[in-house]
Design a binder for this molecule. Structure first.
Ligand SMILES: [Zn+2]
Ligand SMILES: [Zn+2]
Length: 169
């Protein structure tokens, strides 16, 4: 019988890896929640789907993807709020959205295996210089966009590599 709070003792919410060395740090707007990553992102994408638009109150969402074992929370795990877009309910049903229960800033999407951290939360110095590894490699769900983006990155109508590319007219 598993305790409903067992997830709090597992990555990314708790790390027992003694060798964890933070490469980048991130926090929510109010600072109640902070996390670190010890590796470069596996990939980074911009999502234009309508779920992201609505939940972020923004034209699109920019996430850097990490293995959960490469992420650790250093503050505020008990203040995380979980919401599942699939069930429409609060609660940590994977995949789900994480936000801060104090300032309501979106923090990450937690998948079954991966942690999709929202890039604007990271501390990249002042003035901010986004490392090349966080640069989005593509746009996904571009067919649902509310704003055009004029860059040369591939624009998929749905998921990366699993849907046709958008073609300019
Ligand atoms: Zn906050
Ligand atoms: Zn999306």
């Amino acid at each position: 019988m598993t305790n409903v709070n067992d997830w709090m003792a597992a990555p990314p919410y708790a790390q027992r890896n003694e060798a964890f060395a933070a490469a980048y740090r991130a926090q929510c707007y109010c600072g109640a929640i902070a996390f670190e990553v010890c590796a470069e992102p596996v990939d980074a994408k911009i999502c234009h789907c309508q779920v992201c638009q609505t939940l972020h109150g923004a034209p699109f969402q920019w996430a850097a993807i990490f293995h959960k074992a490469d992420v650790r929370f250093v503050r505020g795990v008990s203040r995380l709020f979980f919401f599942s877009a699939e069930t429409g309910q609060a609660g940590r049903t994977l995949p789900c959205k994480l936000s801060c229960s104090v300032c309501r800033a979106p923090i990450a999407d937690e998948g079954r295996r991966m942690f999709l951290a929202f890039v604007p939360l990271f501390d990249f110095g002042s003035p901010r210089r986004v490392p090349a590894s966080f640069e989005p490699t593509c746009h996904i769900f571009y067919g649902a966009r509310t704003l055009d983006v004029n860059d040369s990155k591939p624009k998929y109508l749905g998921h990366k590599g699993q849907s046709p590319l958008w073609q300019p007219e």
